[in-house]
Design a protein around this ligand. Structure first.
Ligand SMILES: CC(C)(COP(=O)(O)OP(=O)(O)OC[C@H]1O[C@@H](n2cnc3c(N)ncnc32)[C@H](O)[C@@H]1OP(=O)(O)O)[C@@H](O)C(=O)NCCC(=O)NCCS
Length: 191
């Protein structure tokens, strides 16, 4: 059961609450951290779990800004750690909503690690998080639609539907035969 706009807006007065659509820029979030010894493994590299923790926080902030509601993490897509991030590096996480569905939002996170004294910048990781808006009782809440504006935002918006179908099929929440947009990229014919 979705809570209606009026009920939620009544509890939490906010000028964004009644908006039924929002551009990406309203919730775009960056977060910067420095890698300290307590964040590292025995090789002085950032622990993957610490990066996932930061990613989860920035995803939650971004989704909260879009939904003006509490959010929970529903899923994290295959994160791969392509480049090690070293102690002392400055890590910037840039997060944006790529598409909002009913109660869920896909958040794209880009991670850039910087060795500031040596002027070295490494674009190290990317990931998609799915966040679901909920009220204080844990009931899911309908979120505003996302309005993509730039070419990149439009491209991420288009492909988000296929990524959603893939993760729901893998989670056993959607039948493969119902994943029409996903099937179309593999040219799989329905029986
Ligand atoms: C995520 C959660 C709210 C889904 O609740 P649910 O009762 O199963 O609700 P539904 O099946 O109706 O799914 C609600 C939304 O979540 C999405 N969703 C559910 N499971 C998902 C998954 N594995 N991957 C991506 N999206 C998922 C659904 O697609 C749906 O999106 P929509 O409303 O935009 O169409 C619920 O499973 C939950 O609270 N999980 C725990 C979250 C949490 O504690 N996270 C931190 C982990 S430590």
């Amino acid at each position: 059961m979705f809570r209606c706009w009026e009920t939620t807006a009544g509890k939490i007065p906010n000028k964004h609450m009644m908006q039924t659509s929002k551009p990406v820029s309203v919730s775009y979030t960056t977060m910067t951290e420095m890698v300290f010894p307590n964040d590292t493994n025995g090789l002085n590299g950032l622990m993957g779990g610490r990066l996932l923790y930061w990613m989860d926080i920035v995803a939650a902030i971004t989704a909260q800004k879009h939904a003006n509601a509490f959010v929970v993490t529903a899923s994290v897509d295959n994160v791969s750690f392509s480049q090690p991030i070293k102690i002392g590096n400055v890590v910037t996480l840039k997060a944006k909503i790529t598409r909002a569905f009913n109660s869920s939002m896909e958040v794209h996170i880009e991670v850039v690690a910087e060795d500031v004294p040596n002027r070295k910048v490494v674009e190290s990781h990317r990931a998609f998080f799915t966040m679901v808006a909920v009220d204080l009782e844990g009931n899911k809440i309908r979120v505003p639609e996302l309005v993509p504006e730039t070419a990149e935002e439009k491209s991420l918006y288009e492909s988000a539907l296929r990524r959603r179908q893939l993760r729901l099929v893998l989670a056993g929440r959607m039948k493969p035969e119902d994943a029409h947009e996903l099937k179309s990229i593999f040219d799989i014919k329905s029986k």
